[in-house]
Write a protein of this length. Structure first.
Length: 343
């Protein structure tokens, strides 16, 4: 009996991201990594697909089905759909155990308002959690990247996600200075779409823009840069058309959002106490999140800040792994969790 009770509510951590949602289960590690997309049938309001399957439907659905991304800029834009998506992911992990009520640790951007924070908690409770704790994303990313966050030394983390870029300086288990901007991966895709529309009168879809960013996007000139073929709809003739763009053009297209990210890093360094500035100078800045995979971003930051830049070991999983550590070592890491839940 004791064993089944231990099984009853296996604690979980959820990195509820704009682009992907990752679920970490205590004792098991990351068990789920799916795009934060839900496909809904408008006629019946039933869910058609969630995650990878739903992402494949973006921009390809008939009128009665709509593929939505319920999170925008790192926060809940569509509460009802987010709750259903969360419930779906939790049940997928807790197969056949509908009575499982886990403790849930959810990651949120550091610039989130109290109302947005409450929405995240309510979604967690509505999805069947027994208790919902909140941890700030830069903190989770730093723990996941293996930084000594509890020591009295400055650790600087730059987490470039899908909806938000989080920049924070952490010391003694708390955030000393931070900035959260709503410019990240999605904004880069948007910049590519508007550039191609302006320069070539070609309309691109979100997924195509993301593929271009991943294949030839870069933030700093690289040695060998192949051009890429892009397919879209010609706005003049209305017919499908293929064009070839160079990596340099794409770099020019994403210049503005990249500059916004660099400015956020600089202004956070500007707010840093001098003692910690020295530590950050020695240690360097750690890059995490999907944006850390953008070619040349580390080089560009090194060039702009003259500081050592390191990319975390697996940047895509840093936040989920950090939140997972909070679940594993609940008592030790209690202080980084948002305490207002302990009512």
């Amino acid at each position: 009996m004791a064993r089944s009770l231990a099984f009853l509510g296996r604690d979980m951590a959820v990195d509820l991201g704009t682009a992907n949602t990752l679920v970490y289960v205590r004792g098991k590690g990351i068990v789920l990594n799916e795009p934060s997309v839900v496909a809904i049938n408008k006629a019946t309001t039933g869910i058609v697909a969630v995650g990878t399957e739903a992402k494949r439907m973006i921009g390809r659905t008939p009128g009665n089905i709509v593929a939505v991304r319920p999170l925008k800029d790192g926060v809940i834009a569509d509460f009802d759909t987010t709750e259903r998506m969360l419930r779906f992911f939790i049940q997928q992990v807790h197969r056949r155990r509908h009575f499982a009520k886990p403790r849930l640790v959810v990651c949120v951007p550091s610039g989130i308002t109290a109302v947005e924070q409450r929405a995240v908690k309510q979604a967690g409770y509505a999805a069947g959690a027994r208790r919902v704790y909140i941890v700030e994303e830069p903190m989770a990313a730093a723990i996941g990247a293996g930084m000594p966050v509890h020591e009295p030394t400055g650790n600087m983390i730059v987490d470039v996600g899908g909806g938000t870029t989080e920049v924070a300086i952490i010391s003694l288990g708390g955030i000393v200075a931070s900035q959260s901007i709503r410019t990240a991966g999605d904004e880069l895709d948007g910049a590519i779409i508007s550039y191609v529309k302006k320069e070539y009168s070609l309309m691109l879809g979100e997924r195509t823009a993301e593929e271009i960013k991943m294949s030839i996007g870069s933030a700093f000139p690289m040695p060998d840069e192949p051009p890429a073929e892009i397919r879209g709809r010609d706005l003049v003739s209305g017919l499908p058309k293929t064009i070839i763009v160079s990596a340099e053009e794409i770099r020019k297209a994403i210049e503005e959002p990249i500059n916004a990210i660099i400015d956020a890093v600089k202004s956070t360094l500007d707010k840093c106490p001098p003692e910690l500035s020295g530590d950050v100078m020695d240690r360097g800045i750690v890059l995490t999140g999907g944006g850390a995979l953008l070619r040349g971003l580390d080089e560009r930051l090194r060039h702009e800040t003259a500081m050592p830049i390191n990319i975390a070991e697996n940047p895509l999983y840093s936040v989920a792994l950090g939140a997972g550590r909070c679940v594993e070592e609940f008592e030790a890491l209690q202080q980084v969790l948002n305490s207002e839940t302990r009512r």
